[in-house]
Design a protein around this ligand. Structure first.
Ligand code: SAH
Length: 254
Protein backbone atom coordinates (compact mmCIF):
# COMPACT_ATOMS: atom_id res chain seq x y z
CA UNK A 1 0.00 0.00 0.00
CA UNK A 2 1.44 3.43 -0.87
CA UNK A 3 2.38 5.60 2.09
CA UNK A 4 -0.01 8.31 0.94
CA UNK A 5 -2.96 5.99 1.36
CA UNK A 6 -1.97 5.48 4.98
CA UNK A 7 -1.57 9.17 5.65
CA UNK A 8 -4.70 10.93 6.95
CA UNK A 9 -4.86 14.44 5.51
CA UNK A 10 -2.95 17.06 7.43
CA UNK A 11 -1.14 14.50 9.57
CA UNK A 12 2.44 13.50 9.35
CA UNK A 13 3.68 10.11 8.34
CA UNK A 14 6.92 8.34 9.18
CA UNK A 15 8.57 5.87 6.79
CA UNK A 16 11.28 3.83 8.46
CA UNK A 17 13.34 2.96 5.42
CA UNK A 18 16.12 0.44 4.89
CA UNK A 19 18.71 1.90 2.51
CA UNK A 20 20.56 -1.38 1.89
CA UNK A 21 24.35 -1.74 2.00
CA UNK A 22 25.34 1.46 0.17
CA UNK A 23 24.90 1.41 -3.62
CA UNK A 24 21.70 3.08 -4.82
CA UNK A 25 20.79 0.17 -7.08
CA UNK A 26 20.60 -2.13 -4.05
CA UNK A 27 17.80 -0.01 -2.57
CA UNK A 28 14.22 -1.05 -3.18
CA UNK A 29 12.06 1.03 -5.51
CA UNK A 30 9.81 1.76 -2.54
CA UNK A 31 12.72 3.04 -0.48
CA UNK A 32 13.77 5.34 -3.33
CA UNK A 33 10.22 6.59 -3.76
CA UNK A 34 9.90 7.51 -0.07
CA UNK A 35 13.25 9.26 -0.09
CA UNK A 36 12.43 11.31 -3.16
CA UNK A 37 9.15 12.50 -1.62
CA UNK A 38 10.52 13.17 1.87
CA UNK A 39 10.18 16.50 3.63
CA UNK A 40 12.52 15.55 6.47
CA UNK A 41 15.16 12.79 6.44
CA UNK A 42 16.81 11.55 9.61
CA UNK A 43 19.79 9.37 8.70
CA UNK A 44 22.60 7.31 10.17
CA UNK A 45 26.35 7.07 9.73
CA UNK A 46 26.22 4.09 7.33
CA UNK A 47 24.25 5.97 4.69
CA UNK A 48 26.42 6.59 1.62
CA UNK A 49 26.68 9.92 -0.25
CA UNK A 50 25.08 8.38 -3.34
CA UNK A 51 21.96 7.49 -1.36
CA UNK A 52 21.88 10.91 0.31
CA UNK A 53 21.99 12.48 -3.16
CA UNK A 54 18.43 11.19 -3.76
CA UNK A 55 17.04 13.47 -1.05
CA UNK A 56 15.23 16.48 -2.55
CA UNK A 57 16.98 19.86 -2.19
CA UNK A 58 14.05 21.25 -0.25
CA UNK A 59 14.00 18.48 2.35
CA UNK A 60 15.53 19.00 5.76
CA UNK A 61 18.40 16.62 6.58
CA UNK A 62 19.02 15.58 10.16
CA UNK A 63 22.12 13.51 10.96
CA UNK A 64 21.50 11.27 13.96
CA UNK A 65 24.33 8.78 13.51
CA UNK A 66 27.03 7.93 15.92
CA UNK A 67 30.76 8.44 15.59
CA UNK A 68 33.29 6.38 17.53
CA UNK A 69 30.68 4.86 19.79
CA UNK A 70 29.25 8.26 20.67
CA UNK A 71 25.63 8.91 19.71
CA UNK A 72 25.23 12.38 18.22
CA UNK A 73 21.58 12.08 19.24
CA UNK A 74 20.56 9.50 21.87
CA UNK A 75 17.89 6.97 20.90
CA UNK A 76 15.18 8.67 22.98
CA UNK A 77 16.10 11.95 21.28
CA UNK A 78 15.60 10.28 17.88
CA UNK A 79 12.15 9.10 18.99
CA UNK A 80 11.25 12.60 20.12
CA UNK A 81 12.43 14.12 16.82
CA UNK A 82 10.42 11.61 14.76
CA UNK A 83 7.27 12.40 16.73
CA UNK A 84 7.90 16.14 16.61
CA UNK A 85 8.37 16.27 12.82
CA UNK A 86 5.38 13.99 12.20
CA UNK A 87 3.18 16.19 14.41
CA UNK A 88 4.12 19.12 12.17
CA UNK A 89 2.33 17.24 9.39
CA UNK A 90 5.47 16.32 7.47
CA UNK A 91 6.48 13.28 5.47
CA UNK A 92 9.34 11.98 7.56
CA UNK A 93 11.86 9.39 6.40
CA UNK A 94 13.95 7.61 8.98
CA UNK A 95 16.76 6.23 6.83
CA UNK A 96 18.83 3.32 8.09
CA UNK A 97 21.62 1.22 6.65
CA UNK A 98 20.65 -2.29 5.55
CA UNK A 99 17.30 -3.39 6.94
CA UNK A 100 15.61 -1.41 9.75
CA UNK A 101 14.71 -4.56 11.67
CA UNK A 102 18.16 -6.18 11.63
CA UNK A 103 20.30 -4.58 14.36
CA UNK A 104 18.81 -1.27 13.34
CA UNK A 105 16.65 -0.40 16.36
CA UNK A 106 13.72 -0.09 13.96
CA UNK A 107 11.55 -1.97 16.43
CA UNK A 108 12.17 0.58 19.17
CA UNK A 109 11.29 3.46 16.86
CA UNK A 110 8.09 1.70 15.80
CA UNK A 111 7.12 1.26 19.45
CA UNK A 112 7.75 4.94 20.14
CA UNK A 113 5.58 5.97 17.16
CA UNK A 114 2.80 3.57 18.16
CA UNK A 115 2.82 4.95 21.69
CA UNK A 116 2.25 8.45 20.30
CA UNK A 117 -0.36 7.37 17.74
CA UNK A 118 1.78 8.41 14.75
CA UNK A 119 1.08 6.71 11.39
CA UNK A 120 4.09 4.87 10.00
CA UNK A 121 5.36 2.12 7.73
CA UNK A 122 8.55 0.06 7.60
CA UNK A 123 10.28 -0.35 4.22
CA UNK A 124 12.66 -3.34 4.21
CA UNK A 125 16.20 -3.16 2.90
CA UNK A 126 18.95 -5.54 1.82
CA UNK A 127 20.69 -6.40 5.06
CA UNK A 128 24.50 -6.55 5.26
CA UNK A 129 24.46 -10.36 5.54
CA UNK A 130 22.65 -10.73 2.20
CA UNK A 131 24.69 -8.02 0.52
CA UNK A 132 28.07 -9.37 1.66
CA UNK A 133 27.04 -12.95 1.00
CA UNK A 134 26.19 -12.18 -2.62
CA UNK A 135 29.11 -9.86 -3.25
CA UNK A 136 31.72 -12.15 -1.70
CA UNK A 137 30.38 -15.43 -3.12
CA UNK A 138 29.51 -16.89 0.28
CA UNK A 139 26.11 -18.60 0.34
CA UNK A 140 24.38 -18.19 3.71
CA UNK A 141 22.82 -21.63 3.32
CA UNK A 142 23.99 -24.38 1.03
CA UNK A 143 22.94 -27.97 0.67
CA UNK A 144 25.22 -30.27 2.73
CA UNK A 145 27.25 -27.38 4.17
CA UNK A 146 24.84 -25.10 6.02
CA UNK A 147 21.19 -25.79 6.75
CA UNK A 148 20.79 -22.61 8.78
CA UNK A 149 22.31 -19.21 9.29
CA UNK A 150 22.31 -17.03 12.35
CA UNK A 151 22.80 -13.26 12.66
CA UNK A 152 24.50 -12.09 15.85
CA UNK A 153 25.72 -8.83 17.36
CA UNK A 154 29.47 -9.35 17.73
CA UNK A 155 30.11 -6.37 19.97
CA UNK A 156 28.44 -8.22 22.84
CA UNK A 157 30.80 -11.19 22.54
CA UNK A 158 32.70 -10.38 25.73
CA UNK A 159 29.65 -11.07 27.78
CA UNK A 160 29.53 -14.84 28.26
CA UNK A 161 25.81 -14.83 28.84
CA UNK A 162 24.98 -13.17 25.52
CA UNK A 163 25.42 -16.09 23.16
CA UNK A 164 24.95 -19.84 23.44
CA UNK A 165 28.50 -20.61 22.32
CA UNK A 166 28.03 -24.38 22.52
CA UNK A 167 25.13 -24.15 20.07
CA UNK A 168 27.04 -21.75 17.83
CA UNK A 169 30.03 -24.09 17.71
CA UNK A 170 27.94 -26.89 16.16
CA UNK A 171 28.57 -27.60 12.47
CA UNK A 172 26.13 -27.10 9.62
CA UNK A 173 25.39 -23.41 10.13
CA UNK A 174 26.67 -20.05 8.93
CA UNK A 175 27.33 -17.52 11.69
CA UNK A 176 27.17 -13.88 10.68
CA UNK A 177 28.46 -11.33 13.17
CA UNK A 178 27.40 -7.72 12.74
CA UNK A 179 29.43 -5.08 14.61
CA UNK A 180 31.90 -7.83 15.41
CA UNK A 181 35.26 -7.08 13.84
CA UNK A 182 36.83 -5.61 16.95
CA UNK A 183 35.75 -8.67 18.90
CA UNK A 184 37.05 -11.20 16.35
CA UNK A 185 39.66 -12.64 18.77
CA UNK A 186 37.09 -13.14 21.54
CA UNK A 187 34.53 -14.62 19.14
CA UNK A 188 37.08 -17.06 17.71
CA UNK A 189 38.29 -17.97 21.19
CA UNK A 190 34.76 -18.76 22.41
CA UNK A 191 33.83 -20.82 19.35
CA UNK A 192 37.05 -22.84 19.39
CA UNK A 193 36.82 -23.35 23.16
CA UNK A 194 33.33 -24.77 22.60
CA UNK A 195 34.47 -27.24 19.96
CA UNK A 196 34.59 -25.45 16.60
CA UNK A 197 37.53 -26.62 14.44
CA UNK A 198 40.15 -23.82 14.39
CA UNK A 199 40.48 -24.14 10.60
CA UNK A 200 36.79 -23.57 9.97
CA UNK A 201 36.49 -21.21 6.96
CA UNK A 202 35.88 -17.62 8.02
CA UNK A 203 35.72 -14.28 6.23
CA UNK A 204 35.81 -10.58 6.87
CA UNK A 205 33.91 -8.57 4.28
CA UNK A 206 34.60 -4.85 4.51
CA UNK A 207 32.55 -2.23 2.66
CA UNK A 208 30.42 -5.12 1.38
CA UNK A 209 28.71 -4.63 -2.00
CA UNK A 210 30.49 -1.29 -2.51
CA UNK A 211 33.17 -0.46 -5.09
CA UNK A 212 35.67 -0.41 -2.21
CA UNK A 213 34.80 -3.91 -0.96
CA UNK A 214 37.57 -6.13 0.38
CA UNK A 215 37.27 -9.79 1.35
CA UNK A 216 39.69 -11.70 3.53
CA UNK A 217 38.80 -15.39 3.78
CA UNK A 218 40.78 -18.26 5.31
CA UNK A 219 40.67 -20.54 8.37
CA UNK A 220 39.34 -18.87 11.52
CA UNK A 221 42.58 -19.09 13.48
CA UNK A 222 44.60 -17.59 10.60
CA UNK A 223 42.00 -14.88 10.12
CA UNK A 224 42.50 -13.78 13.72
CA UNK A 225 46.26 -13.61 13.18
CA UNK A 226 46.00 -11.66 9.93
CA UNK A 227 43.11 -9.30 10.57
CA UNK A 228 44.83 -6.45 12.32
CA UNK A 229 43.73 -2.88 12.26
CA UNK A 230 40.09 -1.91 12.09
CA UNK A 231 39.19 1.13 10.06
CA UNK A 232 36.01 3.15 10.01
CA UNK A 233 34.44 1.10 7.18
CA UNK A 234 31.67 -1.30 8.13
CA UNK A 235 32.74 -4.93 8.16
CA UNK A 236 30.97 -8.22 8.56
CA UNK A 237 32.38 -11.44 9.99
CA UNK A 238 31.11 -14.70 8.47
CA UNK A 239 32.11 -18.07 9.93
CA UNK A 240 31.13 -21.42 8.41
CA UNK A 241 31.86 -24.04 5.78
CA UNK A 242 30.25 -22.08 2.93
CA UNK A 243 33.03 -19.47 3.16
CA UNK A 244 35.25 -21.92 1.27
CA UNK A 245 33.03 -21.39 -1.80
CA UNK A 246 34.19 -17.77 -2.07
CA UNK A 247 36.67 -17.06 -4.89
CA UNK A 248 38.61 -15.07 -2.28
CA UNK A 249 39.05 -18.05 0.04
CA UNK A 250 42.63 -19.16 0.69
CA UNK A 251 42.96 -22.37 2.70
CA UNK A 252 44.90 -21.87 5.94
CA UNK A 253 48.58 -22.82 5.92
CA UNK A 254 49.05 -26.32 7.37
N1 SAH B 1 20.64 -2.59 9.86
C1 SAH B 1 21.93 -2.90 9.28
C2 SAH B 1 22.95 -3.29 10.34
C3 SAH B 1 23.29 -2.19 11.31
S1 SAH B 1 24.53 -2.66 12.47
C4 SAH B 1 21.75 -4.00 8.23
O1 SAH B 1 20.69 -4.60 8.14
O2 SAH B 1 22.70 -4.26 7.49
C5 SAH B 1 26.00 -2.08 11.68
C6 SAH B 1 26.84 -3.25 11.21
O3 SAH B 1 26.35 -3.77 10.00
C7 SAH B 1 28.28 -2.88 10.91
O4 SAH B 1 29.06 -2.85 12.09
C8 SAH B 1 28.69 -4.03 10.01
O5 SAH B 1 28.97 -5.18 10.76
C9 SAH B 1 27.40 -4.30 9.24
N2 SAH B 1 27.38 -3.65 7.91
C10 SAH B 1 26.52 -2.73 7.47
N3 SAH B 1 26.75 -2.40 6.18
C11 SAH B 1 27.81 -3.14 5.80
C12 SAH B 1 28.54 -3.27 4.58
N4 SAH B 1 28.24 -2.56 3.48
N5 SAH B 1 29.58 -4.16 4.56
C13 SAH B 1 29.90 -4.89 5.63
N6 SAH B 1 29.24 -4.81 6.80
C14 SAH B 1 28.21 -3.95 6.89
Amino acid sequence: MPAEALRPSGQGFVSIVGAGPGPVDLMTLRARDRLQRAEVVMYDRLITPEVLALIPEAAERVYVGKALGYHSVPQTGIHALLVQHARMGRRVVRLKGGDPYVFGRGGEEVQALQAEGIAFEVVPGVTAASACSAAAGIPLTHRDLAASCVFLPGHLADDNATHDWAALAKSGQTRVFYMGLQRLPQIAHQLIAHGLAPDTPAAIVRDGARATQTVMATGLRDLVARALGYGPQPGLLIIGETVQLSPDFHPPAQ
